[in-house]
Design a binder for this molecule. Structure first.
Ligand code: 5AD
Length: 360
């Protein structure tokens, strides 16, 4: 297929068929044109700043058993941990003092009262220590509407809950078919988050066994139809201690998954020009400069991992997950230089709200 610029400029023309075509591009030059276009659209709509979110992996205890995930309940080959209050507050202070602008707290899915209360008190203490100036995103899975409200009132502004796939059949190939893994509950949770007032994010995995280009096109349309404010999506990376590993012969090569992820990010940028799109960690597992490349292809959010290094090995979602930088600040200064070569830069000290959320 010959892809001319006019074919990819107008998002009004991005229907399912055109999206499928963009996701199916194979010619490197055509993929490059798509990425460049997405980069332009990003700069026009969200500016040239790349927003930082310091990532804190709060706990790897999980009540769920998602077939792809390294911290699923049945994996006994890791130590389960929960950070203590001091570790969290020290990290939040580090993010504040080093002008990150915002923090993401992520963990396995836990519904126990102790955890809900712990998060609540952390939110209040973080805000107190950082003069209410740090944007806080939670990524703590499905919770009751009451819990979402409680955390929102304690100062969490954003919430990321990946749908993982918007196709119900595929969803149940990736999750047990039971009460704790209900597809409709997950969608309801996303709607509750929006209703509560969060800047709401979702995302999916790309290159899963059994996943088709149609599924991926529908995932993008799902995000558009939900009018989501932010997206974190990345390639599926197999993990030897998970049930899905046995289907690894069905997944595309590393290179294909990487380019498919880039095409997804670029196409999403054309479809939803003013949302925040994260350049996710899993991209780096498939390509050494994966996250930088995605920031040149439509993504505008970067999430350096700030989890205390001794826990890094236990938050092992997939094989080859990158470790923690021992000197994250010099890494970021260097990263900023590389961004500048490309006409963008880190938005130091900025919360980096989703423009989409500010507009509605
Ligand atoms: N490959 C890629 N992403 C994964 N996640 C979990 N397991 C994997 C995997 N094997 C992602 C899921 C989850 C997030 C915390 O990490 O999308 O929502």
């Amino acid at each position: 297929m010959c892809i001319q610029d006019k074919h990819i400029t107008s998002r009004n023309h991005l229907g399912r068929e055109r999206i499928k075509k963009l996701l199916s591009l194979q010619d490197p030059e055509e993929i490059d044109t798509l990425c460049r276009k997405a980069f332009e659209v990003k700069k026009q709509n969200t500016g040239n700043k790349v927003y930082l979110r310091g990532l804190l992996e709060l706990s790897n205890i999980c009540r769920k058993n998602c077939y792809y995930c390294g911290i699923c309940r049945t994996n006994i080959h890791l130590n389960r941990y929960t950070l203590n209050e001091k570790e969290v507050l020290d990290t939040a202070l580090f993010a504040y003092e080093n002008n990150f602008g915002s923090l993401v707290m992520q963990s396995g899915e836990r519904f126990d009262k102790v955890f809900i209360q712990f998060v609540d008190s952390l939110l209040q203490k973080i805000h107190k220590k950082t003069n209410n100036s740090l944007g806080i995103t939670l990524s703590l899975g499905e919770q009751s509407e009451e819990t979402y409200k409680r955390w929102f009132e304690s100062g969490a502004e954003r919430y990321l809950l990946r749908i993982e796939t918007s196709n119900e059949q595929l969803y149940y190939k990736l999750h047990p078919r039971d009460k704790t893994h209900s597809f409709s509950d997950r969608i309801a949770a996303l709607k509750n988050l929006r209703k509560t007032g969060y800047q709401t994010g979702t995302g999916i995995m790309i290159g899963l066994p059994f996943q088709t280009i149609e599924n991926l096109a529908d995932d993008l349309l799902f995000m558009r139809d939900l009018d989501i404010h932010m997206v974190g999506m990345g390639p599926y990376v197999e993990h030897a201690e998970t049930p899905l590993f046995k289907y690894r012969s069905l997944i595309p090569s590393k290179e294909e998954r990487f380019y498919l992820s880039l095409k997804m990010i670029s196409t999403l940028r054309l479809l939803m020009p003013d949302i925040n799109i994260a350049s996710t960690t899993a991209l780096e597992t498939l390509s050494p400069n994966g996250r930088l490349i995605a920031l040149q292809a439509g993504a505008n959010v970067f999430m350096p991992n700030l989890t205390p290094a001794q826990y890094c090995e236990d938050y092992f979602l997939y094989d080859g997950k990158p470790g923690i930088h021992t000197d994250v600040m010099s890494y970021l200064k260097d990263f900023d230089k590389k961004l500048k070569e490309n006409g963008q830069e880190i938005g130091w000290g900025e919360k980096g709200n989703s423009r989409r959320a500010e507009r509605v």
